[in-house]
Design a protein around this ligand. Structure first.
Ligand code: TXA
Ligand code: MG
Length: 336
């Protein structure tokens, strides 16, 4: 299959919407990561998404909407808390899991009675949804397991020839996937941290619980609330180690290693004698989030034997960065 590269202008948006209405799959920009979109009303279109990504069959998709009316069409219940969160954080990087309606194709939720839904804060994405006049199911537009795509070039590297089209737009401003919170359980539960932080959500959901899978490896065979949490994720081919400790001890460890690469903070750079990629100041979690997936890809292409990443703080947006890195590292954490 030839993958068509579309511009993010009026014509490109129109063509993307046509392909989606015809049951095709198109990679589209969002503020978090590029998504591989398909009609959330078509089981055939959804099957193409799973095939192109090599996605595990039990991992449900997020549905993207552009209006309250479309939200009401995909859910069967809209609790007060969901209305408040939508009013505060949408459009934006927050996904809510709610009871689903029968307007969502069965294959979107892989047998669950809930649907994950969000309104993205990206003009091009919102216009494509509007033009297609369809809720769009869209997982990240990468091969399952590899780092998520934050530029259209990452999408092409992974999926060229496997999808109908990609909308060539800007790099993603947030850089890590949306926060996922389920309101279908009591108490509500944070399933995946993102740029809308646990601290922000707790103001609206005082009894919010942070799911155990956010920071630890699920046991073999354990039932997890969000199926995506149990898979190897975000991983380059090169082995990754996540290192917790101060700048001096990080440098001391990494400088002893041969042929390795360090993903580090700005403050670490002067102390390191190995090749480095910097993902922002230690306190700048927004920068770390925006850069991390692109740097994991770059590190993977560098020929290094191992990648050592200086771990961010586990709070605010840093919790989201830590959550992705611990998976990229297959839970190999070095505590100094
Ligand atoms: O920022 C994002 O959310 C991006 C962009 C494209 O919008 N999308 C994204 O999709 O990250 P994906 O498929 O890579 O991640 C979806 C996550 C998975 O962890 C999945 O298990 C969870 O959401 N999920 C989806 N539906 C669910 C449901 N009904 N209940 C619990 N978890 C669900
Ligand atoms: Mg993904």
């Amino acid at each position: 299959m030839k993958t068509v590269k579309l511009c993010d202008n009026k014509e490109g948006i129109y063509s993307a919407a046509q392909i989606l209405r015809d049951g095709g799959v198109v990679a589209i920009p969002t503020e978090t990561v590029y998504g591989l979109a398909a009609s959330a009303q078509s089981d055939e279109a959804i099957a193409k998404v799973f095939a192109a990504k090599g996605r595990p069959q039990d991992n449900p998709l997020i549905v993207h909407i552009n209006s309250e009316e479309m939200l009401c069409s995909v859910v069967s219940e809209l609790p007060e808390a969901a209305k408040k969160l939508a009013a505060t954080f949408w459009p934006g990087p927050l996904t809510m899991v709610l009871k689903k309606s029968d307007k969502v194709a069965e294959s979107v939720s892989r047998g669950l009675d809930t649907v994950a839904v969000r309104m993205p804060a990206n003009k091009v994405a919102l216009e494509i949804i509007k033009e297609a006049d369809l809720p769009l199911a869209a997982p990240s537009a990468n091969i399952s397991g590899s780092p998520s795509p934050t530029s259209p070039h990452h999408v092409i590297a992974d999926l060229n020839g496997k999808i109908d089209a990609v909308v060539m737009s800007d790099d993603c401003s947030v850089g890590v996937e949306s926060t996922v919170v389920t309101l279908a359980t009591d108490p509500p539960r944070l399933l995946r941290p993102g740029a809308v932080t646990a601290e922000q959500l707790s103001e609206f959901l005082p009894n919010l619980v942070i799911d155990k899978a956010v920071l630890s490896e699920p046991e073999k065979g354990e039932k997890v609330a969000s199926p995506g949490m149990k898979y190897k994720h975000y991983s380059p081919k090169t082995e990754v180690f996540l290192v917790e400790g101060d700048s001096n001890s990080f440098a001391e460890l990494v400088n002893q290693k041969e042929n390795c690469l360090a993903i580090c903070f700005l403050e670490d750079e002067d102390k390191l004698s190995v090749k480095t990629l910097c993902y922002g100041k230690a306190t700048d979690a927004l920068s770390q989030a925006q850069k991390i997936f692109a740097l994991l890809r770059e590190a993977d292409n560098s020929g290094a034997k191992a990648i050592y990443v200086h771990a961010p703080e586990k709070k605010g947006v840093g919790l989201a960065v830590y959550n992705r890195l611990i998976r990229a590292a297959a839970f190999k954490v070095i505590k100094l």
